[in-house]
Design a protein around this ligand. Structure first.
Ligand code: GRF
Length: 222
């Protein structure tokens, strides 16, 4: 196998997506090395998960900085100490400025709990139920200065069921998040992703089903 991809993961909370990445790295399905997990919240449970996996952790509290710009600069300096080839936003609840995004252009990935471009921003599950859509889901995308607007790498859809609460729908979406985020990182690690004209190509092709992957893939890791 090729040299593992060095990644840094940014979190703000629970860290279940981080856990899915840790599990796949530990199980050998994801050729990556998590160099560090960085949180802007000292009490993020994801930090406990990282420590349990023997991954170095850092806390950088945005409230200690006079401006968004100052926080972004400090965060970049901290991240770069670990020389990541990819920076992964796994439930990182801060908006990052243009300087930050430009610095990591093409190597900054985020997961968002909706079928983008539908429902950018917060409270996506509630908004999906209120708007009456039949399907909701999650998207992994490269980050650009356009909030939740960067090129989409993979999406997964789930049905919105009668009587759904935001919590129930979120649980259904989260299961898919845990499947597609490590997969997108694996594709990146394998050098299979390219962005051309604002679209992501996998193995030089636009995946026909890229927009909606409704059914779980077989367990095989080919
Ligand atoms: C996930 O729903 C993710 O899509 C969003 O924030 C949530 C983070 O959950 N960006 P967790 O911390 O990974 O459990």
């Amino acid at each position: 196998m090729n040299t593992p991809l060095n990644i840094v993961v940014l979190i703000s909370g629970r860290g279940s997506n981080l856990q899915s990445i840790i599990d796949q790295v530990q199980g050998g399905a994801l050729p990556a090395r998590i160099r560090a997990v960085i949180s802007n919240c000292a009490d993020a449970y994801g930090l406990v998960r990282a420590q349990a996996a023997g991954v170095p952790t850092e806390v950088l509290d945005h409230r200690q900085f006079p401006s968004r710009h100052a926080f972004d600069q400090a965060l970049m300096a901290l991240i770069d100490q670990y020389s990541p080839q990819l920076v992964v936003l796994a439930g990182f609840m801060r908006i990052l400025g243009e300087d930050f995004v430009d610095h990591y252009a093409g190597r900054l990935m985020n997961i968002h709990p909706s079928l983008l471009p539908a429902f950018p921003g917060l409270h996506t599950h509630e908004r999906a139920i209120e708007s009456g859509v039949a399907q909701h889901g999650a998207s992994v995308h490269f980050v650009t200065p356009d909030l939740d607007g960067g090129p989409i790498i993979i999406q997964a859809a789930v049905p919105v069921l009668p009587g759904d609460t935001p919590e129930r729908l979120a649980d259904r979406v989260l299961k898919e998040e845990h499947r597609i985020f490590p997969l997108a990182i694996r594709w990146f690690a394998e050098g299979r992703l390219q962005v051309r004209a604002g679209r992501v190509l996998l193995d030089d092709q636009v995946r026909a089903e890229q927009g909606l992957i409704a059914t779980p893939e077989p367990a095989s890791t080919d």
